[in-house]
Ligand binder design. Structure first.
Ligand code: PEP
Ligand code: MG
Length: 591
């Protein structure tokens, strides 16, 4: 059994499919027939040409949007890409060893890494990062053409197609997440990444179990191996024995059965046993998620994370493209109601066109709104696209990572000026787009009263609020135990924010992961929260849970929880309450 972090609940037994990464350390693959060598070289050369064209357009776009110094990094990448030594090394590995283009690239990357490992200076280490970027860019062109999922030995899988498929990868990149969209996947396991990695986002939006941070799993598993993924406990078992297989298959059946039963509540109103209405909204990343939100009966979109568009894009998407993308989201969202969050890059989510700066503490660093105060043009473009998309439905705009009142004032001023410009230009946009603040930095939570005077609504980003409150990186498996939502400190801070919103009558949503977890959702309801935003897959669960509890009961639970002093006490208290309300829902909660 291998331990990781459970990032999407549920249990599945299935066969492993390895997702080979360009930069991964898997065994090199050879071509089946040496006659394929010329075609493979041509295939590689085409990928290089495409990567070069992409870099050239990046240089132009970035220079336009962010200035020429920001574009320098891509000039450097172009030089690396045009380096005849690099290209001839790859050619030679294909020719002399019959390696596939992807494997040849991997071998070259590994040899560079080995050479650079002996060098101490930071300057050269940075150059290795540039080489890595360039190689992965070429590699992504190669993998975009060939199927992303392949078995470790290149052979066709022998399993009978009955078993669910579990993806096993070092990491799932945004470009891969896009192409995986069409595959029937029943579970995901990755070596790196935490609850906000692409793998986790993909898994949650599809409601399939996933475990991240399983170190060394790529060395343990071959495609075709049977494995168990337990997204509740955060562990995986490779080649389980008969007994374990049977036991987990039973849990898996219960999980599927429960999900099927729950989804039948799609058209029922979301309310507690005594009739208190709640809004169950969806967190989405793309149009497919908007469809998923519709199919589970979410009443709107409480959080549309716009990063996905930027992360899967090779350069800065322009205003028209963003506008069209947001418009499609609005048209496909339940009730055409969407809260669009402005770009929240940085931390773990980086895009090449903002330049790769290594920071010792990326989550505490140049992140989110902080980047865009420095590059206002990019934020203004996004604000324009959002205001315009507001013509297609009920749109509101949400600002992440607000830390101070000064920041809020700055951004409110930008919105006001942008509206003025659109008006002057005669561009149609929605005047009534409301603006809101994400409360996810403790400073914002503690000064909530001041923020409430200058904003229309609040959305609590508990994922970040927790990590900043406990000073533990939410994606670092070593300290993940501290990022525990069921903890006294978190509930106290949440109560403070909810009370302040209640006093001023400000609409408040909670859009972090805890909104979709049965035990925490129960307490949040008892604390007065009425708007929950979560991965679409969790909507039926929370609807079912709240339908089984009265408001007074939940308030009593919340009151009791706020008296407890440790996470263990809170967890066992809530587990017992959850069991009383619905013993079956426990399987859908993460630990
Ligand atoms: C959060 O921080 O809780 C949140 C919803 O935003 P993200 O997970 O995208 O940072
Ligand atoms: Mg956040």
């Amino acid at each position: 059994m291998q331990k990781g972090i459970g990032v999407s609940p549920g249990v599945v037994v299935g066969v492993a499919f390895r997702v080979e990464s360009v930069l991964g350390s898997s065994e090199p693959k050879t071509l089946e027939n040496p006659a394929e060598i010329p075609a493979e070289i041509a295939f590689f050369d085409r990928a290089v040409e495409e990567a070069a064209a992409e870099l050239e357009s990046l240089v132009q776009r970035v220079a336009q949007e962010l200035g020429s110094s920001a574009a320098e990094i891509f000039q450097t990448h172009l030089q690396i890409l045009n380096d005849p030594v690099l290209l001839s090394k790859v050619h030679s590995h294909i020719e002399k060893q019959s390696l596939t283009a992807l494997s040849a690239l991997q071998v070259v990357m590994q040899s560079y890494a080995a050479q650079f490992a002996r060098i101490e200076q930071d300057y050269f280490r940075e150059r290795l990062n540039d080489v890595r970027d360039v190689i992965s860019r070429v590699g992504s062109h190669l993998t975009r053409k060939k199927p992303v999922v392949s078995s470790s030995n290149g052979a066709t899988e022998s399993h009978d197609g009955e078993e669910p498929v579990i993806l096993v990868a070092h990491e799932i990149l945004p470009s891969q997440a896009m192409s995986l969209g069409e595959l029937a996947i029943a579970g995901i396991v990755t070596e790196v990444g935490g609850s906000t990695s692409h793998a986790a986002i993909l898994a949650r939006s599809r409601g399939i179990p996933a475990v991240s941070g399983v170190e060394g799993i790529m060395n343990e598993v071959a495609s075709g191996d049977l494995m168990v993924v337990d997204g509740r406990e955060g562990h995986v078992i490779v080649r389980p024995d008969h007994e374990a297989t049977m036991a987990y298959r039973k849990v898996q059946r219960e999980f599927f059965h429960l999900k099927e039963c729950l989804i039948s509540n799609r058209d029922e109103p979301a309310r507690s046993l005594d009739g208190t209405r709640v809004e169950l909204l969806a967190n989405i990343n793309n149009v497919a998620d908007a469809h998923a939100a519709n199919s589970v009966g979410a009443s709107g979109v409480g959080l549309f994370r716009t990063e996905y568009l930027f992360l899967t894009h090779h350069d800065v998407p322009g205003e028209e493209e963003q506008y069209e993308y947001y418009r499609q989201i609005v048209l496909n969202a339940p009730g055409q109601t969407v809260t669009i969050r402005t770009l929240d890059l940085g931390g773990d989510k980086t895009v090449p066109y903002l330049g790769r700066r290594s920071e010792p503490n990326p989550f505490m660093g140049w992140r989110s709104i902080r980047i865009f105060f420095e590059n206002p043009k990019m934020l203004i473009t996004q604000i324009r696209a959002i205001l315009r998309a507001g013509m297609s439905g009920k749109v509101s705009m949400l600002f992440p990572m607000i830390t101070t009142l000064e920041e809020l004032r700055k951004i409110n001023k930008m919105v006001k000026e942008t509206k003025g410009n659109l008006r002057r230009e005669g561009v149609p946009f929605a005047e009534d787009v409301k603006t809101g603040v994400m409360v996810e930095v403790p400073a914002a939570a503690f000064c909530i009263d001041a923020l409430l005077r200058e904003t229309d609504f609040i959305s609590i980003g508990s994922n970040d609020l927790i990590q900043y409150l406990v000073a533990a990186d939410r994606d670092n498996p070593k300290v993940a135990h501290l990022c525990e939502p069921l903890s006294p400190a978190i509930f106290r801070v949440l109560q403070m924010v909810l009370d302040a919103c209640g006093r001023t009558g400000t609409p408040v949503t909670l859009c972090g992961e805890m909104a979709g977890q049965p035990r925490s959702a129960l307490i949040l309801f008892g604390m007065g929260l009425r708007r929950f935003s979560m991965s679409p897959a969790f909507v039926p669960t929370v609807k079912n849970l709240l339908a089984g509890v009265t408001t007074a009961q939940a308030e009593r639970f919340a009151h009791h929880v706020l008296q407890l002093s440790t996470s263990d006490e809170i967890r066992s208290y809530l587990t017992a309450r959850l069991r009383e309300i619905s013993s079956t829902l426990e399987i859908l909660d993460s630990v």
